[in-house]
Design a protein around this ligand. Structure first.
Ligand SMILES: Nc1nc2c(ncn2[C@@H]2O[C@H](COP(=O)(O)OP(=O)(O)O)[C@@H](O)[C@H]2O)c(=O)[nH]1
Ligand SMILES: [Mg+2]
Length: 304
């Protein structure tokens, strides 16, 4: 099965919670009135697009309906599909590759969202594009975290730079960058811890990693990817707010869209912080990560 079909399948629950409800709504109403807009707003909020984004979408729908003199409620679905596509397609959804190698990508996020797995899958994706990839194991909090990344490195066939458990993550980042340069790697992917004793501690550690990288290679990291778990809905948006305030997030990798009923969060996350979603994860296998494409996403969500 191709990625598009699997994406479509992985959005089944989200489609049920959003698109099929829109279908029912417009069938019940036939004509477009105030009550319809109110129900639409509620339905969007329930589908995890977030309150502000829901309000914004309904506003946009109203404007389009007025401008195009739409009378039939049945046309509302196509308008929403179109406008969600426009919202998501902000032209910044691809990974920032630096002109000078290596491109340094730091991966952040709370425990369990899928950072390490996303790095493994991203290494696989980049390698399949002919790029030389190195991984840096800067989540030194637990030995198991280093081993997990190492097993991905072996599985995908890329090199890993690691220190002992408990080592300074910034030192691992520094050594990884040295190694990436020495071996002429195209991309360095750095894993980080999701939890320390306190949150301010974690944020300080992440800032230190960035400082050390920038000192070694001005401009690095070129991408700070925040990993968010799509099954956590509004929580994901809260995490995005916290991390982006502290760590200069440049893009989002949204994982676990497979089996999530909360795929609407893609729209909310993108809008709430104006940080583009760059990657989406739909499973645990190496091939289950894909650059985010707004058109592909809305086509999978709103088939037909
Ligand atoms: N179904 C599914 N599971 C995922 C996805 N990404 C990660 N996982 C699983 O989520 C769990 C936590 O992932 P991990 O990479 O260890 O998270 P980390 O703590 O942020 O590094 C693991 O069991 C992964 O296999 C995804 O896109 N889909
Ligand atoms: Mg991890």
């Amino acid at each position: 099965m191709g990625f598009f079909n699997r994406l479509q399948e992985s959005l089944t629950k989200t489609r049920r919670g959003l698109v099929e409800k829109i279908d029912h709504l417009v069938h019940r109403h036939k004509s477009i009135d105030e009550e319809l807009y109110e129900e639409l707003e509620e339905l969007l909020i329930q589908a995890d697009v977030g309150v502000n984004t829901a309000l914004e979408l309904v506003e946009v729908a109203r404007r389009v309906v007025r401008e195009r003199r739409v009378a039939d409620a049945g046309e509302l679905k196509a308008i929403l599909k179109e406008q969600i596509g426009i919202m998501l397609d902000d032209g910044r959804s691809s990974i920032n590759f630096n002109r000078e190698a290596p491109t340094v990508i730091v991966v952040l996020g709370v425990n369990g969202v899928g950072k390490t797995t996303t790095i493994g899958k991203l290494a696989y994706l980049l390698k399949s594009e002919g790029k030389k990839v190195i991984l840096g194991a800067a989540d030194t909090f637990r030995a198991a975290a280093i081993e997990q990344l190492e097993s991905w490195a072996n599985r995908v066939g890329v090199e890993l730079i690691k220190h002992q458990e408990g080592a300074d993550p910034a030192a691992v980042a520094f050594d990884s960058l040295q190694a990436a340069r020495a071996r002429r790697a195209d991309v360095l992917l750095i894993d980080t811890a999701g939890r320390l004793h306190t949150k301010s501690n974690l944020m300080e550690e992440l800032r230190k990693i960035s400082r050390v990288l920038d000192r070694e290679m001005p401009g690095a990291p070129h991408e700070v990817l925040l990993v968010l778990d799509a099954t956590t809905g509004q929580n994901a948006i809260n995490q995005a707010q916290q991390f982006s305030a502290a760590a200069g997030v440049t893009g989002i990798a949204l994982t676990k869209l497979d089996g999530s009923a909360r795929g609407g969060v893609v729209i909310g996350v993108n809008q709430a912080l104006s940080i583009p979603v760059k990657l989406i994860g739909i499973g645990e296998e190496p091939g289950d990560l894909r650059p985010f494409n707004a058109k592909e996403f809305v086509d999978a969500l709103f088939p037909g």
